[in-house]
Design a protein around this ligand. Structure first.
Ligand code: NAI
Length: 255
């Protein structure tokens, strides 16, 4: 049987990198896609020590670039089975300060990336004559409202809507479409937010991080690997009978 191929966006760091590492361990050849090519190459170099990986430069908000990244993956890795539309921006913005420029940018990256990723993966699956799995990054903030997250939250709710719709549209072609909803994960994105919260309160970044863990039933912040475990399930055969779902992996915040 030929090796399955997964493309993960935003895989230069954070959750995307952990997903790339986990799917590589599970036997996938990996396209590490990011607009930070240097970081993507570093991830790919690490994966190539034990598996097979390429780095692909892409701005996920640009439809043509997303199609080109998927095509490059097919050309260089020989197949295409899974896309993880993971890249996203996570700004905290008091509702009255959101600008049209921020709105356009955050929706183009967070929501555009998912739409273009679905379209590009669908085309590749059709060209290759088989189905596949599409996995989208929503969030705990795509399930409930949180302070200062109107802009971000809107994009993450939208991703659940797109996931449910695409699941219905593509099911007959053997394509499963699901989402994952992390809680508070120790990544560079969350470190930036902790820094901002710390500064606003005259406290440290660590204090900012700790304030986030008080509402988590399991009593600890998430490691990127916790999320990667959930995505591995959605990418593998054990989730073949699941589509249109948004799996919450937040240590017990939303239930
Ligand atoms: P991060 O900021 O640490 O990493 C994001 C990666 O995406 C970076 O490598 C960055 O270069 C890349 N990226 C950003 N914009 C891009 C673009 N336009 N084109 C290509 N690549 C781009 O983020 P993190 O924390 O790993 O988050 C990953 C996903 O998980 C995001 O969609 C985020 O919204 C979601 N998420 C994260 C949570 C957290 O606590 N960190 C919680 C819930 C959801």
């Amino acid at each position: 049987m030929s090796q399955k191929v997964a493309l993960i966006t935003g895989a230069a760091q954070g959750i995307g990198k952990a997903i790339a590492e986990r799917l590589s361990k599970d036997g996938f050849a990996i396209a590490v896609a990011d607009f930070n090519l240097e970081g993507a190459q570093k991830t790919a170099d690490e994966l190539n020590k034990t598996g097979k990986a390429i780095a692909v430069k892409v701005d996920v908000s640009d439809r043509d670039q997303v199609f080109a990244a998927v095509q490059k993956t097919v050309d260089e890795l020989g197949d295409f089975n899974v896309i993880v539309n993971n890249a996203g921006l996570g700004p905290t913005t008091p509702i009255d300060t959101i600008t049209p420029e921020q709105f356009t940018k955050v929706y183009a990256v967070n929501v555009g990336s998912v739409l273009w990723g679905i379209q590009a993966a669908h085309k590749a699956f059709k060209d290759l004559g088989h189905g596949g799995k599409i996995i989208n990054a929503s969030s705990q903030a795509g399930q409930v409202g949180n302070p200062n997250l109107a802009l971000y939250s809107g994009t993450k709710f939208a991703i659940r809507g797109i996931t449910q719709t695409a699941a219905r549209d593509l099911a007959k072609e053997g394509i499963n479409v699901n989402a994952y909803c992390p809680g508070i994960v120790k990544t560079p994105m969350m470190m930036d937010i902790a820094h901002q919260v710390g500064q606003e309160n005259g406290k440290s970044d660590e204090w900012g991080m700790e304030t986030f863990s008080k509402d988590i039933a399991l009593g600890r912040l998430s490691e990127p690997e916790d999320v990667a475990n959930c995505v591995a399930y959605l990418a593998g055969p054990d989730s073949d009978y699941m589509t249109g779902q948004a799996l919450i992996i937040d240590g017990g915040m939303v239930f």
